[in-house]
Ligand binder design. Structure first.
Ligand code: NBP
Length: 473
């Protein structure tokens, strides 16, 4: 391919599922996109296939890609997160000029993005770490995009990103989030919440399937009915569809799928960050651990023959169990978001990102995997009170969780009695009960720590900050 005039609006590097679909989305919106992929054959395949007849321009080298770009050059990396991003940055920098902008749309670890943004800004380039959610379909038709980094780059990349993003009530699910790694951090927390949402629905399926022995069509109807109310969301919608899907012999496909959940690490990153920052993101953690337990498939099968428990049957009337289950799902979901937003707030303060939670909620209303009616309500709550310290303290969600509480508790009790694990519902409830407790048994923990390690303790009858030690022996 010979050198071409600089007429491309943006360059995209990486033509796997996300890159290809984002490029087609950009082309649909009238942008001229130049593309490059490490395995060059994929460039030609793409141009001859899905991109045939579009304005997409192929490049067989990074130099050729750069030569096609209008200034300031904008290059979106859509490659596997990790060293590939640094390799590409190192290869691109000698080809670029100050004020050119590199965007990383992959699932990069936010601390990597912080380091890259600092490095590139020092060299005079713009760097944008943009979390993108919505999977293959979202990339093609409109994802949720969470960009952050060099603010001076925003006027050059914002209109394009907002054009290709999903829209809810005409508002793009994409807005500027803040400095350096804030966008990738927000995407990480999005994924932590997504893990929780998925686990909450998986537990509902387990209770209906193993506890109530409901046929799959009936379970699909339950999810459909939930999708008409406060649980209205993409994940509930696709769960109903999954319940209805059948294999070639007409039997439910779901039961043929190995119960061994995969993970690519973003849920784990959310939980690791919660540990580092000191926020109780317990539901996401339980969701990650539930996947880890699921992956111990061979061990579980061997253990099942040895360790006994109750018959996993729930004898209560089906309507009552389903109604309570709805409330457990709703309450656990509220806790999942409350915890996710607590972590966002704490990280925002620690990194001085100044993250706007109403804006984040707005961006998550469409395009992404956790899109839902619920996020519109969260947006309203934070728009009404930007200083709200916790989702649970808003009148709307406090009222909702109070109403859901009896059914939530009955669901946890039923599941425990039937030996069906409900780590999401029960850890959410444990958090709720702990978070609303004036006194928790940490006084004993402090006494034990002082006993064996002379770690000292504060007293209830003395000012905070005064420390005491007892000679316990
Ligand atoms: P993958 O994450 O599977 O990455 C494949 C792409 O990375 C290919 O273009 C590959 O080139 C390129 N690549 C690799 Br691998 N190593 C490279 C290197 N050293 N130098 C240059 N290119 C390299 O693609 P994806 O699923 O489209 O995801 C792209 C990014 O978006 C990832 O960070 C992912 O985590 C994120 N993301 C994915 C989804 C999703 O639903 N899949 C959703 C949201 C975000 P090759 O063709 O030569 O191997």
């Amino acid at each position: 391919m010979s050198e071409r005039p600089a007429r491309a609006d943006i360059g995209v590097v990486g033509l796997a599922v996300m890159g290809r679909n984002l490029v087609l989305n950009m082309a649909d919106h009238g942008y001229v996109v130049a593309v490059f992929n490490r395995t060059i054959g994929k460039v030609d395949e793409f141009l001859a296939g899905e991109a045939a007849g579009t304005s997409v321009i192929g490049a067989h080298s990074l130099a050729e890609l750069v030569a096609t770009l209008k200034r300031p050059r904008r290059i979106l990396l859509m490659v596997k997160a990790g060293p590939a991003v640094d390799t590409l940055i190192d290869s691109l920098l000698p080809l670029l000029e100050p004020d050119d902008i590199i965007l990383d749309g992959g699932n990069s670890l936010y601390t990597d993005t912080i380091a890259r943004a600092i490095r590139l800004e020092k060299l005079g380039f713009g760097y944008v770490g943009a979390g993108i959610s919505g999977g293959e379909e979202g990339a093609r038709t409109g994802p949720s995009i969470m960009p952050a980094g060099t603010y001076a780059a925003w006027p050059h990349v914002g209109p394009l990103l907002q054009d290709i993003a999903a829209k809810v009530d005409g508002v793009p699910c994409c807005d500027w989030i803040g400095p350096d790694g804030a966008g990738h951090y927000v995407k990480t927390i999005h994924n932590g919440i997504e893990y929780g949402d998925m686990q909450v629905l998986a537990e509902a399926y387990d209770i209906m399937n193993r506890g109530l022995r409901l046929p799959h069509g009936q379970m699909a109807n339950v999810f459909d009915s939930w999708n008409q109310g406060p649980l209205d969301s993409y994940l509930v919608e696709i769960t109903a569809n999954i319940m209805r899907a059948v294999d070639t012999d007409g039997e439910p496909l779901l039961e043929r799928i190995l119960d061994r959940a995969g993970q690519k690490g973003t849920g784990k990153w959310a939980v690791m960050s919660s540990m580092e920052i000191g926020q109780p993101t317990t539901l996401a953690a339980e969701a990650v651990y539930a996947r880890v337990v699921s992956a111990l498939l061979d061990e579980r099968v061997a253990t099942a023959a040895k360790l006994t428990g109750p018959e996993s049957a729930i004898a209560d009337p089906v309507d009552e169990v389903i109604s309570d289950l709805h409330d457990a799902v709703y309450a656990a979901k509220i806790v999942a978001y409350a915890q996710g937003y607590m972590l966002l707030q704490a990280a925002s303060e620690e990194h001085e990102w100044n993250i706007d939670l109403a804006s984040i909620s707005s961006m998550w209303r469409g395009g992404c995997i956790i899109r839902s009616r619920f996020l519109g309500e969260l947006m309203d709550v934070f728009a009404a009170d930007p200083d709200l310290r916790n989702v649970l303290l808003s009148d709307f969600f406090a009222d909702a969780i109070h109403k859901a509480q009896p059914g939530w508790r009955r669901t946890v009790a039923r599941a425990i009695a039937a030996g069906i694990p409900v780590p999401a519902y029960s850890s959410a409830l444990a958090f709720y009960d702990g978070y609303r407790s004036v006194r928790v048994p940490a006084n004993l923990i402090q006494a034990q720590r002082d006993y064996f390690g002379a770690h000292t303790y504060e007293r209830t009858d003395r000012p905070r900050g005064e420390f005491f030690h007892t000679d316990w022996e």
